[in-house]
Ligand binder design. Structure first.
Ligand code: ADP
Ligand code: MG
Length: 241
């Protein structure tokens, strides 16, 4: 981890009609680390992620990429990745690779444990396997920043662990990984820093041990409960808007 941020987020707000999904979010994302965005459903994680990768324009505020100048600065796994049907997993990755650089797709499929399904059509993959293909797609061309929106959703426990281990390995080799997740145990094991979102704002942030100390909590789950209260109730209130 170095002091130079790869991304600066300054006063970012986003409204969808009357729904204020994000308000006044500021943060700096240190390079070469794993940063986790956690928070209840509807707290604004996907909205923030989409703004960071340039998929969505903020209503106010700015995001500036300050990492190395490269062909593909940011790789992105959307929350619900979709692929064009009729193509195999290998063909799909080859297509995306061709957009970035001449790169063989096999090592990427191997890295996420999909080598055995290389020739299977994407529409015949399980949801979890499609998720893994999306993760492979996000790492094509070794972007300095890889953004993964709920990369472990739909994956079995071993694969979830595999995804988080891959994220830690990437951070170890200098890549910054920003991911959102509900798997607080894996986040606690893997992430260097955490942004806790609640109702569109950053309710807490920092290194995990510092957060545990700040909230006198034994676990990240306890930190989250301290910060946002009963998350099941918050989710219902958020969803009824
Ligand atoms: P999370 O990823 O934390 O579950 P989201 O960022 O998806 O949260 O959503 C935050 C809030 O913004 C929710 O109230 C959601 O309904 C609303 N929202 C997100 N995307 C849209 C959209 N395209 N149109 C309208 N409202 C949206
Ligand atoms: Mg989301």
């Amino acid at each position: 981890m170095s002091d130079a941020p790869v991304l600066r987020i300054d006063g970012v707000s986003k409204s969808f009609g009357t729904v204020e999904a994000l308000s006044g979010v500021s943060a700096s994302i240190p390079s070469g680390s794993v940063v986790a965005v956690i928070g209840p459903n509807g707290s604004g994680k996907t909205t923030l992620v989409r703004i960071l990768v340039g998929d969505l324009r903020p209503t106010a505020g700015t995001v500036s990429y300050e990492g190395p100048d490269t062909e593909r600065p940011i790789g992105y796994l959307p929350q619900d990745p979709t692929f064009r049907s009729g193509f195999s997993a290998a063909e799909t990755l080859a297509f995306y690779s061709s957009l970035v650089e001449g790169r063989e797709p096999e090592p990427l499929l191997e890295r996420v444990g999909l080598a055995a399904a290389a020739d299977r059509n994407v529409e015949d993959l399980s949801g979890g396997m499609r998720q893994l293909l999306g993760i492979a797609q996000a790492t094509i061309g070794d972007p300095p920043l890889v953004v993964l929106d709920e990369p472990a959703s739909g994956l079995d426990p071993n694969m979830s662990e595999n995804v988080f281990e891959t994220a830690a390995e990437m951070a170890g080799s200098g890549t910054t990984v920003l991911l959102s997740s509900h798997d607080l145990a894996l986040v606690e094991e893997t992430a260097d820093t955490v942004l806790v979102l609640n109702r569109g704002g950053i309710a807490a942030s920092g290194a995990i041990d510092a957060l545990r100390e700040q909230f006198d909590a034994d676990s990240l789950r306890d930190v989250l409960n301290e910060v946002v209260g009963d998350t099941s109730r918050v989710a219902v209130v958020g969803g009824s808007r």
